[in-house]
Design a protein around this ligand. Structure first.
Ligand code: COA
Length: 355
């Protein structure tokens, strides 16, 4: 990659709606069981938006969380990219709403869509802007509220998804020859678009929703088996190709941070690649599939519970509708600045109390 300026990730953040829907709750809606959902997917619960909660609101919260992590002045952000398939409005974009809400006075802002791979696409785009010297600080957010597009009478799909947002902040490296974005890899195969889709959800079908019959066309549809097969091949492809681009081997990677869709997909792909269970980052049981949000959400949680302790080489892998898939190999070196401040204050208190 011939980028002139190196980039590093300096922050991560997350936000989820307040309300939790457990597998037991779903037993009351469709013909399913906690045992079926847990064994087939690994999901135990998911967060779902309530009245008044929005994709924009979640994106803003995740952005603020990442800004706090990095102890960054929002006025220093040059670009905001929001990856989402479920924006509140076609425009203004979610990114513009975030820009205003966080006080990123100097920032450009736009949305992009690559379904569950969206945050990987956003990382790659952010890196290009930094690498070319155009921007110094980029905020990338993945947010999705799929609960609004689920048929809560379809047990094949409604059990899988949850709502949420996750964010990364990337900055131009201060030091010469320093680059923590070791490689990115993006792919698409539109011939499989019908396998995972929300048909007639755009302008193609302008009168959608006017009758109950037409309204059903706006539900997410999925061929679960075919998507499963696609995913267990896409993850190893994405990891191996990104490793080759970074000039490293899979054994040089400390952690696999995959899109959180199904624990069986994660396990099968990880086994093929030779990752041990300790190297796999997963919080799928708590959140379900949060689409574009899942990777930063998983990263934020893994840092919080100290599964990942910087510095660590992580491969982030996305796959989903489009079909799309891709990966980013990063060297994670950032610490939560809020915790550092807290620790320092505690130290000062201890010193003070002994005097
Ligand atoms: N509860 C109980 N039974 C269910 C069910 C549910 N929620 N959903 C499906 N079933 C039934 C099916 O109707 C089928 O019954 P049948 O044998 O009588 O026809 C049976 O369980 C097996 O269905 P099948 O589709 O073969 O199950 P599976 O083991 O392939 O698991 C998925 C289904 C959806 C969990 C799995 O295919 C999957 O995770 N695919 C990938 C989906 C995904 O990740 N999408 C997002 C990608 S970003």
């Amino acid at each position: 990659m011939n980028l002139q300026v190196g980039a590093k990730l300096i922050g991560v953040g997350k936000a989820v709606p307040r309300s939790v829907v457990t597998n037991a709750d779903l037993e009351g809606l469709v013909d399913t069981s906690d045992e079926w959902i847990t064994t087939r997917t690994g999901i135990r619960q998911r967060h779902v938006v309530s009245e008044g909660e929005t994709a924009t609101g979640l994106a803003i919260e995740a952005a603020k969380d990442a800004i706090g992590f990095a102890a960054l002045d929002p006025a220093k952000i040059d670009l905001i990219i929001v990856a989402t398939s479920t924006p509140d409005n076609l425009y203004p974009s979610t990114a513009c709403m975030v820009q205003a809400a966080i006080g990123a006075k100097q920032a450009a802002a736009f949305d992009m869509e690559a379904a569950c791979t969206g945050i990987i696409y956003a990382l790659a785009v952010g890196q290009q802007f930094i690498g070319s010297g155009t921007f110094k600080t980029v905020l990338m957010i993945g947010v999705d509220v799929h609960s609004r597009f689920l048929n809560w009478e379809d047990r094949n799909t409604c059990i899988l998804f949850g709502d949420g947002a996750g964010a990364f902040i990337m900055q131009a490296s201060q030091k010469e020859n320093e680059n923590d974005m070791l490689a990115t890899y993006l792919r698409a195969d539109g011939s499989g678009g019908h396998l995972l889709c929300i048909p007639n959800s755009g302008v193609h079908y302008p009168h959608v929703g006017t009758t109950p019959e037409k309204a059903t066309h706006r539900f997410l549809q999925m061929n679960g088996r075919a998507v499963y097969e696609f995913a267990i091949n896409a993850v190893p492809d994405a990891v191996k190709t990104a490793c080759a681009r970074a000039g490293i081997e899979v054994k040089d990677i400390d952690f696999l941070v995959p899109h959180q869709a199904n624990q069986r997909i994660i396990k099968a792909a990880a086994e093929r690649l030779g990752f041990s269970p300790k190297q796999i980052v997963s919080n799928l049981d708590q959140y379900g599939n949060t689409s574009a949000a899942s990777i930063p959400l998983a990263m934020a949680d893994a840092l919080m519970r100290k599964q990942i302790i910087p510095p660590a080489v992580c491969v982030l892998v996305g796959f989903g509708g489009g079909l799309t898939w891709g990966s980013a190999i990063i060297r994670w070196t950032a610490f939560d600045q809020r915790q550092i401040t807290q620790e320092n204050q505690n130290k000062e208190k201890t010193i003070g109390s002994t005097i």
